[in-house]
Design a protein around this ligand. Structure first.
Ligand SMILES: C[S@@+](CC[C@H](N)C(=O)[O-])C[C@H]1O[C@@H](n2cnc3c(N)ncnc32)[C@H](O)[C@@H]1O
Length: 238
């Protein structure tokens, strides 16, 4: 399972074309306060835990705005945390106000449904090859917990822009390292369908959920249908 939940960034500022502008990804990304946000994280994580098979693992992403709540909620629910992986965004824009460090990473917490359940980790695959896109990845060496991968490329948004797309290369690495071929990968915050594209491309099946029908129908569905052999069914639960 791979989850890229709301980071609660909206209401803050961002840089667009060199200018500082208010950030608004949508209603879904606004904070409802620390307590309510944590309750939300507990709710969706407990649903993920309910749906995972024994030994199933979950990857959840975030920045300092939400990741501590997510990690703590996973611990409260009894997930066994296996690692956190830093995605180093080497082309991150500078901090415009100069009042903090350049925010240049996101964190992924990786955990198994319950302690002592055997989980999938494709160790041989992780050591296999160099990755020309990641100078930190070396053939024959254990893969480290810092991954240096570029942000999503423009062509990954060919069906329109989602405000917070993940790069396909990152999702492919997550799926290839921690699931088996033919597995079902579920993403409860699917957005533009990046996890789905990575899943289909690596021989897995995919279930994606999103509260925004425009993202599912306008972005994720046509993008998935671009993948050779992919078929897509959309269910409307409203
Ligand atoms: C950070 S984005 C995910 C982006 C995705 N990883 C991609 O590459 O396009 C979070 C997504 O969660 C969706 N979302 C927010 N609240 C939700 C909820 N309660 N249930 C389902 N989806 C939700 C938003 O519509 C948004 O598309």
């Amino acid at each position: 399972m791979v989850a890229d939940p709301p980071y609660r960034l909206s209401g803050k500022e961002t840089v667009r074309s060199g200018e500082l502008v208010p950030l608004d990804n949508g209603d879904w990304d606004h904070s409802a306060g620390v307590v309510a946000d944590h309750e939300f994280d507990l709710r969706w994580l407990s649903e993920c835990q309910r749906l995972l098979r024994p030994g199933g693992t979950l990857w959840a992403s975030g920045t300092h705005h939400n990741i501590h709540s997510v990690g703590h909620a996973m611990q409260q629910l009894g997930f066994d945390l296996l690692a956190d992986v830093i995605w180093f965004k080497r082309n991150a824009p500078p901090h415009r106000r100069g009042r903090s460090f350049t925010h240049s990473h996101e964190t992924f917490v990786w955990g198994v449904r319950r302690r002592d359940e055997p989980y999938v980790f494709n160790y041989a695959w992780t050591k296999q090859d160099d990755d020309r896109g990641d100078m930190l990845k070396r053939a024959g060496r254990q893969m480290r917990t810092v991954w240096s991968l570029a942000r999503a490329r423009n062509w990954e948004s060919r069906y329109g822009k989602h405000p917070t797309p993940k790069p396909e290369s990152l999702m492919e690495r997550i799926i290839l390292s921690t699931s088996v071929e033919g597995a079902v990968v579920l993403d409860p915050f699917a957005g533009s369908g990046t996890t789905g594209v990575a899943a289909v491309r690596t021989g897995r099946r995919f279930i994606g959920i999103d509260s925004n029908a425009d993202y599912i129908l306008g972005l994720a569905k046509p993008r998935l249908l671009d993948e050779p052999g992919a078929s897509v069914q959309v269910f409307d639960w409203r």
